[in-house]
Design a protein around this ligand. Structure first.
Ligand SMILES: Nc1nc2c(c(=O)[nH]1)N(C=O)[C@@H](CNc1ccc(C(=O)N[C@@H](CCC(=O)O)C(=O)O)cc1)CN2
Ligand SMILES: Nc1ncnc2c1ncn2[C@@H]1O[C@H](COP(=O)(O)OP(=O)(O)OP(=O)(O)O)[C@@H](O)[C@H]1O
Length: 209
């Protein structure tokens, strides 16, 4: 686990942790993806969930592709994040179709071509698997810095939809830090699954802000 120098800013921490995950070799990445799959494929949360949001891995992120394929095979509805053309700060979740058309978002990440009819309100999903740059065992998440996931969940946390989807961070073990700096807009994760283990977050820290 990384011992975080408390004087590091979020931006510096992000740079350091991104470098760390990009340094994993292709064979380490493949193994991590297989181990993630083994950790999770038979888990009741995954077995029960019918509407699940994934992400397409890049930049050294742990790859949930095996789980995504498994979800499709089990007849679940699979969603991916799509950045809205306007307003630029909005991200929605869109179901992946059989003859899906794709486009790149402004960060070069592949996303389903915008189709409002296939989009589903976040609070009606059963689970959202979040990519992350860093995490801590208290449910803290450091992302790429766009604030997209936090904005998606902000309403949910403040309103009566506390139950909403399970927010599950997926990560390499090397992305764990003892304690991330917390910002007022941060929405805590319910759990983090790495290639090595599960980190269940105590309920009391859920939506603390
Ligand atoms: N796989 C994956 N998909 C995802 C996310 C993610 O973290 N991972 N996102 C999670 O929110 C959203 C995209 N958010 C992103 C925010 C910033 C950058 C980024 O690369 N920033 C550049 C600099 C900015 C620029 O190119 O204009 C960089 O530092 O490399 C990428 C994605 C939606 N899709
Ligand atoms: N609920 C919100 N409403 C308005 N702005 C927000 C909200 N949540 C986050 N932001 C803004 O987004 C910016 C980036 O936030 P942060 O650094 O936490 O992103 P991140 O979690 O790393 O990114 P991402 O979720 O896209 O991976 C912050 O400057 C913050 O002001």
């Amino acid at each position: 686990m990384i011992q975080v120098n408390p004087s590091l800013s979020r931006a510096q921490l992000r740079t350091q942790l991104r470098k760390q995950r990009r340094n994993l070799s292709p064979s380490q990445q493949t193994l991590a993806a297989q181990q993630l799959y083994r950790q999770f494929a038979q888990h009741p949360l995954f077995r029960r969930a019918q509407h699940i949001a994934f992400y397409l891995a890049g930049d050294g992120e742990i790859n949930p592709q095996l789980l995504l394929q498994e979800a499709l095979q089990r007849g679940k509805h699979v969603y991916l994040p799509v950045l809205s053309p306007w307003p630029k700060t909005t991200m929605v979740f869109q179901r992946v179709g059989v003859q899906q058309q794709w486009e790149k978002n402004r960060f070069g990440i592949l996303q389903p071509r915008w189709c409002a009819a296939d989009q589903r309100a976040v609070w009606t999903l059963d689970a959202v698997f979040l990519p992350l740059v860093g995490f801590d065992p208290q449910g803290g998440r450091l992302g790429m810095g766009g604030g997209f996931y936090d904005r998606c969940f902000a309403q949910l946390c403040r309103s009566a939809h506390r139950l909403g989807p399970q927010r599950i961070g997926l990560a390499h073990e090397c992305q764990r830090v003892a304690q991330l700096p917390v910002e007022p807009w941060d929405v805590p994760l319910h759990a983090v699954v790495t290639d090595q283990q599960w980190y269940a977050v105590p309920a009391s820290t859920d939506c603390a802000g």
